[in-house]
Ligand binder design. Structure first.
Ligand code: GAP
Length: 446
């Protein structure tokens, strides 16, 4: 079982302070993240919520952790092979594509086997219907630890962040003297040996999760679960996804650890797809880790003197799928005037990885002054400096990657110290004094 160190989560706290600027009035309400919705999630869940803690746990974890969590025995996909063309498929996906109303999600393995045979479900590659029986295929990537193959102990790359948060539960609780309910969140990579990766970044074998576990007392769990379902819906609207393209999808077939489970789905052009999950995991995970590590996971409630293993409500977000949804939602080709076209990423300014483009109108004449503006802005936000090509082309390049503002330095800057600020969406321009550029942009970003 893993030995835990303070480092595991103090690193997380340090990351959590990146980008916070408090030198400007009201700036505590803004985050100046450089990496889009990863920082937005950190703001919304870690910074803005009371009793939130962030950890940075291990990616490679002892097999005991995954035995305890149930992943070694149960984290698998139902696979079939086409006997005709030798391609491999997920049985539930085959049925979903063949007849979405059949609801493979709610079927057992036997029911899926029977459905495929009875309805002669066809192979999407060769069009024939001749499959093997379903076999379960474990999705974890494993490797060996140690110098020689023989002495190596099996370890796994984490297929979810959650277990790193559970095994750190008492570390965080004791160090932070945290009282229930409190939460532990983490942003980090997860790895799954997906048999059918695809649909852009919707399903990949290496992806990033933003997971958030709230530890609470039994009896308050269902209320906390309902709260996080709604909080997730609000978060997506905060990112700019429209309400009408979001929906809840309650699970009919519950995972081994769950008492209640619901996804939030987004209407991708490819169909509705899960971008978040909220799960009432009861005391399953902590109890299992307690059994396997032989270390008590009890929480002592000071007010009553009662000792118990808390319940966990998990709220999990897939970063890559959210970015994909934001790209579908915000990347447009639009006409400018009668004959010109531009590609523009209308992502909310708070999510834009680069906040401002600094552009000298004429490289030879204006670059020295433009670099001053560039350096003036750098401590406050991510800035791009671009001096190559015509000004029109540089505006377009910035529009296509979603930079919300462009600052142009021209003869007026040299003569009377003014700069021109162009808004990505309206393409309107405003002239302001050069020394006012930082507060102007910070206010706009808010
Ligand atoms: N700890 C619970 C858990 O991992 P999950 O529904 O398997 O639950 C959580 O995954 C989120 O991770 C999903 O809502 C999805 O956004 C994202 N996700 C899962 N598998 C993925 C994959 N193969 N590629 C990209 N994102 C994935």
């Amino acid at each position: 079982m893993k030995k835990f160190s303070k480092r595991d989560f103090t690193l997380g706290f340090m990351e959590g302070i990146i980008g916070v600027c408090d030198s400007i009035e009201g700036a505590q309400d803004i985050y100046y993240g450089s990496m889009g919705d990863r920082d937005a999630w950190r703001y919304y869940f870690i910074q803005k919520r009371e009793r939130s803690n962030e950890v940075d746990a291990d990616i490679l974890m002892n097999s005991k952790v995954w035995e305890a969590s149930g992943h070694v025995s149960g984290f698998s996909d139902p696979l079939v092979d086409c006997k005709e063309c030798k391609t491999r498929h997920r049985a539930d996906n085959l049925i979903d594509d063949f007849a979405p109303e059949a609801n493979a999600d709610a079927m057992t393995q036997e029911e899926m086997n029977a459905y495929i045979k009875e309805h002669k479900v066809i192979c999407p590659v060769c069009g024939k219907s001749n499959f093997t029986e379903i076999r379960q295929f474990n999705l974890m990537f494993g490797t060996k630890r140690g110098v020689t193959e023989e002495s190596g102990a099996m370890i796994y790359l984490r297929p979810e962040n959650a277990q790193g948060e559970y095994v750190n539960f008492l570390n965080v609780q004791r160090t932070m003297r945290a009282k229930l309910p409190f939460s532990i969140g983490q942003i980090g990579k997860a790895f799954r040996n997906e048999i059918t990766p695809g649909n852009f970044t919707f399903r990949t074998i290496e992806f990033e999760q933003m997971e958030y576990q709230t530890f609470c007392k039994k009896g308050t769990d269902s209320e906390t679960y309902e709260y996080f379902k709604e909080y997730g819906m609000e978060f997506f609207q905060y990112l700019g996804l429209p309400k009408e393209k979001l929906r809840f999808h309650d699970h009919e077939k519950l995972a081994h650890y769950a008492k209640e489970a619901c996804d939030i789905e987004y209407a991708f052009p490819l169909g509705w797809g899960e971008i978040n999950g909220t799960h009432n995991r009861t005391d399953f995970d902590l109890t299992r880790h307690q059994e396997f590590s032989k270390k008590s996971m009890d929480y002592l409630e000071e007010e009553t003197g009662e000792k118990f293993v808390p319940y966990v409500i998990e709220s999990t977000y897939g970063l890559d799928r959210i970015i994909l949804a934001l790209l579908f939602e915000n990347l447009h080709e639009e006409m400018v005037g009668e004959s010109d076209k531009r590609i523009v990423l209308n992502i909310a300014p708070k999510l834009a990885p680069i906040k401002v483009n600094v552009l000298p109108l004429i490289k030879k004449k204006h670059s020295e002054m433009a670099k001053q503006v560039y350096h003036q802005l750098m401590p406050y936000m991510m800035v791009n400096y671009d001096e190559t090509g015509s000004i029109g082309k540089r505006y377009r390049r910035g529009d296509a990657i979603g930079i919300p503002f462009a600052v142009t330095i021209d003869d007026n800057t040299l003569e009377n110290g003014t700069i021109t600020i162009r808004d990505r969406d309206s393409m309107e321009q405003e002239v302001i004094p050069m020394e006012g550029v930082v507060p102007y942009l910070l206010t706009k970003l808010k």
